[in-house]
Design a protein around this ligand. Sequence first.
Ligand code: GRF
Length: 217
Amino acid sequence: MTHAPLKVAVLASGRGSNLAALIAARDAGSLPVEFVLVGSDKASAGALLLAEAAGIPALALNPKDYPDRPGFDRALFARVAASGAELLVLAGFMRVIDGAVVAEWEGRAINIHPSLLPKYPGLHTHRRCLEAGDAEHGASVHFVTAELDGGPVVAQARIPVGAGDTEISLAERLLAEEHRLLPAVVGAIAEGRLRWNGAAMFDGQPLTTPLTLAQLS
Ligand code: GRF
């Protein structure tokens, strides 16, 4: 029995390269999803142009139009809910979301973060990795909870840190891995392999360590 495509909304604040990777995977027939909304807090976000080019409803709300941060978050997430989304993907969405708003999406929202969480939650992860002299860097996909970059990590991709690496070279090399990891996780959710029942489950078992790309393929 073929599943109806999973309805997916994406929130992005910037260029949207992870969104582009998701759209490409869908177009290649390897991702059984329907994109129902791309939302942003920045009217100038490149992600909105990508959405429009792909025929996906695009929406920008301006935080300045709202009395406070929770008010903006409630408005944006109300539009996500109204889109019929079954999964929300934060892909380069650069806001800390109000805990009460996020709680309504527990188990239905994931985020990709450019570090090997729990290392380096927050910003400037590549720089912090270089400053620490880490031999490895990576990206993490996690279920979103009220704790910034703190939800259960479901998948990770690792890259070695080279002697000559800069923040830019590391970010570029890692982005290529992000573009493989995020579609693989969304696909596992769309196919019902990765689920949430108060905790992350994979193939019917509690997920205690992050999955690798190999396990997701
Ligand atoms: C990516 O490194 C992502 O991990 C982080 O934001 C960066 C930009 O993402 N959350 P994108 O190119 O806008 O998808």
